[in-house]
Design a protein around this ligand. Structure first.
Ligand SMILES: Cc1cc2nc3c(=O)[nH]c(=O)nc-3n(C[C@H](O)[C@H](O)[C@H](O)COP(=O)(O)O)c2cc1C
Length: 188
């Protein structure tokens, strides 16, 4: 399976990178073709809301020429995409949100009978680390993510929240086991 990992934390060796690293390792061990993108090193602009992309329904048609159209192409050609981020003010980071918002260009006619998506049937999963607990903290990010799958017509492959994070070195084998279990689950 062709798999894309979108690493949304600016901290290259932070908590999210550590957990995602275990996920990547397991996916590779299982024989999948995995590519990870460290978003913070890229040129990312927010969606303009111009809707020019809706005039080009069969292609990735964003008018902005930063790095995101290339990622959108990679997203479209993947069977599974893992969106990974630390929790920032009850949501995902600006880096990952910029990519998510730009997926606006991947579908047309939402809520109409001829609704079409370039990622229809794609498996998508969310991995989030946070300093706090799940309750009254992390659930909104996961709710928003599951809603994205309606316009995308994608498949909810799985979700993982690692709360109570301090430093990456403090993560124990229990977290590693959760990451491995998540990797196995999301591939179906
Ligand atoms: C700007 C900012 C906002 C944050 N907001 C939250 C939050 O709303 N809930 C939470 O549990 N942790 C929050 N945190 C803590 C991080 O989510 C947590 O430390 C995370 O594991 C960091 O991941 P990283 O090392 O991959 O960057 C916040 C941290 C920062 C810097």
């Amino acid at each position: 399976m062709k798999i894309l990992l979108l690493q949304g934390s600016a901290r290259k060796k932070g908590n999210t990178a550590r957990v995602l690293g275990w996920v990547e390792e397991e996916l590779s061990t299982l024989g999948h073709e995995v590519e990870a993108i460290y978003l913070n090193a890229k040129n990312l602009k927010g969606c303009l809301g111009c809707a020019k992309c809706k005039e080009l329904p069969d292609e990735v048609g964003c008018v902005q020429k930063d790095d995101i159209p290339e990622f959108l192409g990679k997203i479209v050609h993947s069977q599974l995409v893992v969106f990974a981020s630390p929790l920032y003010f009850w949501g995902v980071t600006a880096q990952l949100k910029a990519v998510i918002d730009r997926t606006y260009s991947l579908y047309t006619q939402y809520h109409q009978p001829d609704h079409a998506s370039l990622v229809e049937g794609q498996r998508q999963a969310l991995l989030v680390t946070g300093g706090g607990p799940w309750d009254n903290n992390a659930e909104a990010a996961f709710t928003a993510f599951s809603r994205i799958q309606n316009p995308h017509k994608s498949v909810h492959a799985g979700e993982l929240f690692i709360g109570g994070c301090t430093t990456p070195g403090d993560m124990d084998d229990k977290v590693k086991d959760q990451a491995i279990e998540f990797a196995r689950k999301i591939t179906g």
